[in-house]
Design a protein around this ligand. Structure first.
Ligand code: UDX
Length: 429
């Protein structure tokens, strides 16, 4: 099948490249000419393991093309996928201006029956709204369907190629048949439902996972008081298949481009409709508390003040294997540390552009040892696997004091104990 993907961010680029990899002809369109030029040369705009290879294969096969010209790309395309950003507006609502512009341009360029696929995470009712926008631009016959994405950054290619399910929000038999053909090579349940349910499924999935993390962080706060170990409790409950072991890692809470935005969007939806959503609200609160608790425990180790103390933070990406720092818990943590007067230094193996991007003054070091020099405390904020090989003895030798805060419960406690740190773990006394 021939399809056009509008937007070459995480979702659009991964979806386009993977669909070309399974045999479709995909034209990826973006308004950013520089990004398109770089993609043509094989330069990835994001750090995503495995993506470069899939893009390279697609380009070499001639099935994956990049352009800024949507009208030309639409020639002979049966499917137009909208995969543009839907960032949070300052009031917490979803900014739909990119979706609207994509829908309008697709409508203008449509020459024959087209299935328009909403891939971006969008508010419930968007498929109907997108249809009305397109209607105002074209006389052609078309259908709008919602096929939400469940990709995790850092595992996006694998998640696309081996999905647990594909949700198809479609009320048109013709469009459903096209979706079945588009996703024929993917061996997983394909769940067909109305578009509104599909749109809500995406928010519900992310909010449920965020809630699970919030729950284990809540249990962690009890463990800290009771002398229990949250990792053991997580293991103990996670083996029950009704609960499941995934997303029960206590730490600094969730960040990234999806969970914060989607949980907030659901909260706003409830507020707007007057539907109480106490669990969603508690998830947001718990996430803020997770960071605050780590700082409070650190402060208590320094007799109530970290003013002027040098704090070295390891990791700034919102999770390992990505260069994405959007709503990173590490950043939220650093902001609290700065507010308390600490001298904050940070190291991340990949997300090195962080301070420039966020306009937030912290010193960026070239290695963990470099930032640990003269530090009173080191905090592990993002669990990059490279930190497994840290020479903890060397870290401690160059520090001015001896506090190691393991905000992701990453290190082997025995190893840390042997080096002689004052060691804090989440959900451990
Ligand atoms: C998430 C969803 O997993 C994905 O299905 C959806 O399409 C987009 O949002 P992503 O944002 O890439 O994916 O990250 P994910 O791996 O889910 O982690 C989200 C956040 O939760 C990270 O900040 C991570 O550190 C945190 N997390 C995750 C925990 O604190 N504990 C856990 O047990 C799991």
């Amino acid at each position: 099948m021939k399809l056009v993907v509008v937007g070459t961010g995480y979702v659009g680029l991964v979806s386009g490249a993977c669909l070309a990899d399974v045999g479709h002809t995909v034209i990826c369109v973006d308004v950013d000419a520089l990004k398109i030029e770089k993609l043509k040369q094989g330069v990835m705009p994001i750090y995503e393991p495995g993506l470069e290879d899939v893009v390279k294969r697609g380009v070499e096969s001639g099935r994956l093309l990049f352009t800024t010209n949507l009208a030309e790309a639409m020639e002979g395309a049966r499917i137009a996928m909208i995969a543009v950003g839907t960032p949070s507006s300052p009031d917490g609502s979803v900014n739909m201006s990119y979706v609207e512009s994509a829908a309008r341009n697709i409508g203008k360029a449509m020459k024959s029956y087209t299935v328009v696929v909403d891939k971006s995470t969008v508010p419930v009712g968007t498929a109907e709204w997108v249809a009305s926008v397109i209607h105002s631009e074209t006389e052609q016959e078309f259908d709008v369907v919602s096929v939400p994405e469940f990709l995790r950054e850092g595992h996006a290619v694998q998640d696309f190629m081996q999905p647990h399910r594909i949700v198809i929000g479609s009320e048109s038999e013709k469009a459903t048949a096209d979706m079945m053909e588009l996703f024929a090579s993917f061996d997983c349940p394909k769940v067909v439902m109305d578009a509104r349910s599909a749109e809500l499924t995406k928010y519900a999935a992310n909010s449920f996972l965020a809630m699970k993390i919030g729950f284990i962080n809540e249990i962690a706060s009890l463990c800290e008081r009771l002398g229990a170990n949250v990792d053991e409790v997580a293991k103990g409950i996670g083996l029950d298949p009704r609960i499941g072991a995934a997303f029960l890692k206590a730490g600094l809470g969730w960040g990234g481009s999806c969970f914060p935005k989607d949980v907030r969007a659901l909260k706003n939806l409830g507020d707007g409709l007057g539907v109480p959503l106490p669990i969603i609200n508690a998830s947001l609160d718990m996430n803020t508390m997770a960071r605050q608790r780590v700082v409070d425990r650190l402060v208590s180790l320094f007799d109530g003040s970290i003013e002027g103390k040098k704090i070295a933070v390891l990791g700034v990406a919102f999770k390992p294997n990505t260069d994405d720092t959007r709503e990173s818990a590490a950043i939220a943590l650093m902001q609290i540390l700065k507010e308390k007067g600490a001298d904050v230094h940070v190291y991340d193996p990949i997300a090195v552009f962080y301070p420039a991007l966020h306009g937030f003054e912290v010193a960026v070091g070239e290695s963990p040892y470099h930032i640990a020099q003269g530090a009173h405390a080191v905090i592990l904020a993002t669990e990059w696997s490279m930190f497994t090989d840290l020479d903890l003895k060397r870290i401690k030798q160059v520090m001015a004091d001896d506090v190691l805060v393991d905000a992701r419960n990453f290190f082997e406690p025995q190893r840390v104990k042997e080096v002689g740190f004052r060691y804090l773990r989440v959900g451990n006394k």
